[in-house]
Design a protein around this ligand. Structure first.
Ligand SMILES: Nc1ncnc2c1ncn2[C@@H]1O[C@H](COP(=O)(O)OP(=O)(O)OP(=O)(O)O)[C@@H](O)[C@H]1O
Ligand SMILES: Nc1nc2c(ncn2[C@@H]2O[C@H](COP(=O)(O)O)[C@@H](O)[C@H]2O)c(=O)[nH]1
Length: 505
């Protein structure tokens, strides 16, 4: 049984004595029903849970939830299959079968009480309860999963950057594998989150851990920059090139600090160059699904933790990973969606010269690294693994090529908006002025965009229509907005990019 999430009521109203529900306009088969109260004359024991009632076609129907909460119900799925069994006329005793079913539907009254600002999303036999708070104005970020088959609550392992608490949120199921969480009254760069519940990343991690797994991924308006994976044999100059990039663009790039079991070199700092760690600890963390990738390289364990990548994204920077070819192919298979760059040496002799000149390995280790370099150079050619190849002969030339590839060289370094505008200067003044005005209006609207408490949502295909009501207390714009999810990219462990947000008439 598929279903949708309902948002906990942020605008609870006084309960009338009689059940009344106002069916709001149906969009794409979805009907929003505002549930107001429980009928006294129904004579239902409310101890099982606090049910809400709606009056549809002169039948009193029970809806799981709390009075005052607004539920969004899809006729064919949630409500109908539910109503068929448990609808009963106003004033009738509730049938026994209903009590049984309601128990399984939401285990409220047992070890769980629904809370304010908590949403429930029904996916198959699971119910995902997100957020909730008792008596406070902010939601917690807790997630509970109820398994209706076993009637038990599961404690999921939660990956990813947890959403920032807000006063209330909406939960909308997408593709049965993730729940879109829209936080009200939050800024546009902080209000869109995805709770992945059955994406490839979640499936894979669930298999690894053998228990329930969910993962947060923050939504990004626009395409956002992809992370960069840099690979190549030891001594080719990856670290040198990355250091130059970080030095020139300190606010653009962030380095993914790997874990390793190798001993620190002189001048290497724990937490800066690597997280130096015990093998048993790292193996356990890998088993616990904390790593995006890991590999045995030159006899030591190396790996990129999910946290390492998230830390850079949380800093709003573009993540750079310096990893070997095995790691690169694991990242390629993940949902990180990065740009993969392979650095080649001008010759084997030059590679050996650089490794020796670096003076960080003993003879035995140098020989091991040189031998592994042959294999790495061969594996680097694997079809579809790397997007770009650079030869690091002259360092400055290679660095310039890397910057060109990343669109960072002087000609393309200007912000895209400026480029767009400068090309418009050739267009007649009036058209230019009009477009400029539209752009400025658009950006002002979008910068200020936040979903006010007073709003309604509907889902049409891959678009979420957000009708924002006027709120005298804040300056958030009113009107209809569209959140277009048709080109989603990436996802946990990382950002979900490719979202479009625009105002519409
Ligand atoms: N183009 C270049 N020409 C000459 N020397 C270089 C060049 N690029 C890097 N080097 C030097 O080569 C050595 C190895 O470089 P670096 O440590 O950056 O390699 P790496 O690929 O990061 O190695 P590892 O994979 O072992 O971490 C360093 O001493 C560095 O200064
Ligand atoms: N698969 C991974 N490989 C990694 C990671 N961090 C570094 N590396 C690679 O290891 C070798 C050796 O590094 P060194 O610092 O000991 O010289 C080098 O090729 C790195 O790219 C990682 O997290 N995962």
């Amino acid at each position: 049984m598929a279903g949708v999430g309902g948002r906990a009521g942020s605008r609870a109203r006084a309960e009338p004595a009689c059940p009344r529900a106002r069916a709001e306009p149906s969009v794409g088969g979805w009907t929003a029903i505002r549930v107001r109260s429980r009928p006294r004359e129904a004579g239902l024991r409310s101890s099982i849970f606090e049910p809400s009632f709606v009056d549809i076609s002169s039948r009193v129907c029970l809806v799981a939830g709390i009075p005052g909460r607004r539920l969004i119900c899809k006729k064919e799925d949630f409500i109908c299959s539910y109503l068929k069994i448990c609808s009963f006329s106003q004033g009738e005793e509730a049938p026994e079968c209903f009590l049984e079913i309601s128990d399984k539907l939401l285990p409220i009254g047992h070890d769980f009480q629904p809370q304010t600002n908590q949403s429930f999303t029904f996916i198959g036999d699971k119910i995902y309860a997100v957020g909730g708070s008792e008596g406070t104005t902010s939601i917690s970020t807790s997630i509970k999963v109820f398994d209706r088959l076993t009637g038990t609550w599961l404690a999921p392992t939660v990956f990813g950057t947890k959403l920032t608490p807000s006063k209330s949120h909406e939960a909308i199921l997408l593709n049965n594998d993730r729940i879109l969480i829209l936080e009200t009254e939050s800024s546009p760069d902080n209000c869109i989150w995805f709770l992945e519940v059955d994406t490839p990343f979640v499936k894979q991690t669930r298999k690894l851990l053998g228990n329930e797994v969910v993962a947060w991924s923050k939504g990004v308006i626009g395409d956002g920059p992809k992370p960069i994976v840099i690979s190549g044999p030891s001594g080719v100059g990856k670290g040198t090139l990355i250091a130059k990039l970080m030095m020139e663009f300190p606010s653009t790039f962030g380095f993914s600090v790997s874990h390793t079991t190798r001993a620190p070199r002189e001048k290497e700092l724990n937490g800066v160059h690597y997280h130096f760690t015990e093998r048993s600890k790292m193996e356990k963390d890998i088993q616990d699904g904390k790593f995006l990738e890991s590999a045995l390289v030159h006899g030591n364990l190396y790996g990129t933790s999910i946290e390492a990548v998230e830390t850079v994204s949380d800093d709003e920077k573009r993540c750079i990973l310096d990893i070997d070819v095995q790691g690169a192919s694991q990242v390629r298979a993940s949902s990180l969606e990065a740009i993969f760059i392979f650095i080649r040496p001008p010759s084997n002799e030059e590679l050996e010269k650089r490794l020796r000149a670096r003076g960080t390995e003993n003879e035995q280790q140098i020989e091991k690294r040189l031998k592994n370099a042959e294999e790495e150079l061969a594996r680097g050619k694997s079809p579809g693994l790397f997007d770009h190849f650079l030869v690091n002969d002259d360092l400055e030339t290679c660095y310039q090529n890397l910057k060109t590839l990343l669109a960072l060289d002087e000609h393309t370094n200007a912000p895209s908006q400026q480029c767009k505008l400068s090309s418009l200067t050739f267009i007649s003044f009036n058209i230019f002025h009009l477009i400029l005005l539209k752009l400025v209006t658009y950006h002002t609207v979008m910068e200020n965009f936040k979903i006010p408490l007073s709003h309604s949502l509907s889902k049409v295909d891959s678009k979420i229509l957000i009708q924002c009501g006027t709120n005298e207390l804040d300056s958030s714009p009113s009107g209809m907005f569209v959140l277009d999810l048709s080109s989603l990219k990436g996802g946990a462990p990382g950002r979900t990019r490719g979202l479009r947000l625009y105002a519409t008439d």
